[in-house]
Design a protein around this ligand. Structure first.
Ligand code: C5P
Length: 403
């Protein structure tokens, strides 16, 4: 859930600050981009060097760099706009009180007042301070702001006393964040099957019939779906593309028959199936077992082709009413009418109509422009933009219609 998420960690001056090095490690390992801001007293408990090394980003605690000649200004408003989530851990009784009051006497407090994202806070203090009505009142105030409270745990405290007040363990903080992101993710719990890329149809062991599809659109859809919380199975034809997102499991195939077999294995488990692969319509009928030799004197050679199965049509014919099937189409004439015909003959819920290969559109390009055509007469134009953005828009539209 944390892959690609921007997390700002605000650390205040309590002994539990030493645990934030491990928290940064866990967040980075989970795929998040992490930046750290310290309250001035947090530096007594944890070094900026440890946190900048682990987060791979500079750590700030002042409005400007007093030690450098340039006196570089750290913009708290910009910093506040950066994160997807702000995590205040540990949050001391003092900083908790300041936040509840809206005080801004240090850089971290100013950043807090500037953020527009959800805020999580993990208090840490001695048991009497934690129990005190002033603290409990301040916690209620922060909750009333809509902030997410990660309760302190019961256990041995730095004072030697035992009770409630220990900062939640880094693993627990991570669980809270993950659970929240999971709830927020619009496609959480959805299983999505995607076919992408070209297919290669063997002529002999070294030659094939293929096409110029890059698989970029399918990969963009897989990445976007995973970011939105879906579990993705990507059946990918020969392509240099890869993904490190562990919500995407990639099955690499070469030919149409292999793609069909892999898609068939995964179709019944899928809630949505998106067929974006550029599949070869024909394959050599009798691929040679050995490399075909040039015949001296023979000016021509014939290659017999046989029709490939239509993966989309075959699987969509078995579609259950709870499944949504999306096909792709590329038409050079009567595009809308032909795409609509395809929608019905292939039993799709939606067709994504691609523009023919031209400037910045189609095969190999990073950008595209498409029409979404739905079986209930929907026609939605999506203007030229990055395939990555287009993927998010397509999934958002599908989500609106099939929630
Ligand atoms: O009929 P046409 O090839 O234009 O249809 C395109 C759509 O059908 C795409 O979604 C493509 O992935 C799918 N298709 C398929 N198997 C084929 C041919 C096309 O899944 N053999």
């Amino acid at each position: 859930m944390l892959s690609g998420k921007k997390i700002l960690l605000g650390v205040t001056g309590g002994i539990a600050a030493y645990k934030t090095t491990y928290l940064v490690r866990l967040l980075v390992k989970a795929g998040a981009e992490v930046r750290v801001v310290l309250s001035p007293s947090a530096r007594d408990f944890v070094t900026p060097l440890s946190l900048s090394t682990l987060s791979k980003n500079p750590v700030y605690w002042e409005y400007y760099d007093k030690e450098s000649e340039s006196g570089e200004w750290h913009n708290h408003v910009e910093m506040g706009l950066w994160p997807d989530l702000l995590v205040l851990a540990p949050l001391t009784a003092n900083s908790l009180a300041k936040i509840a009051q809206g005080q801004s006497d240090n850089f971290l407090m100013a950043v807090y007042l500037s953020v527009k994202c959800p805020v999580f806070f993990a208090p840490a203090m001695d048991l009497d301070m934690y129990k005190h009505p002033a603290t409990q009142n301040n916690i209620s105030v922060l909750k009333s702001f809509g902030h997410h409270f990660i309760p302190a745990e019961n256990g041995e405290l730095a004072s030697g006393l035992s009770g409630e007040g220990r900062m939640a363990e880094p693993e627990t903080i991570l669980q809270h964040i993950n659970a929240y992101l999971f709830e927020q993710a619009p496609l959480a719990g959805k299983k999505i099957l995607i076919t992408a890329g070209p297919t290669y149809e063997a002529i002999d062991p070294v030659r094939f019939i293929g096409n110029r599809s890059s698989g970029k659109m399918g990969m963009a859809l897989a990445e976007a779906a995973a970011q939105k919380g879906a579990q993705v199975t990507l059946v990918l034809g020969p392509s240099a593309l890869n993904s490190t997102n562990n919500a995407i499991s990639i099955i690499r195939v070469e030919s149409t028959l292999e793609m069909l077999a892999a898609a068939e294995d995964n179709f019944s488990q899928a809630d949505w199936a998106i067929f974006s692969a550029a599949v070869a319509d024909y394959r050599p009928k009798n691929p040679a077992q050995q490399k075909i030799k040039k015949v001296i004197g023979a000016e021509e050679m014939r290659l017999d082709l046989i029709q490939n199965p239509d993966i989309l049509k075959t699987l969509a014919a078995e579609k259950r009413t709870d499944q949504v099937v999306i096909g792709f189409a590329l038409e050079t004439e009567n595009a809308l009418a032909n795409a609509q015909k395809k929608l019905h003959t292939k039993n799709c819920d939606w067709i994504v109509l691609n523009s023919p290969d031209k400037n910045e559109r189609g095969f190999g390009h990073d950008t595209n422009e498409v029409y979404l055509i739905g079986k209930n007469q929907e026609q939605i134009a999506l203007s030229l933009k990055l395939k990555k953005e287009l993927a998010h828009e397509i999934l958002d539209i599908l989500h609106q219609h099939h929630n």
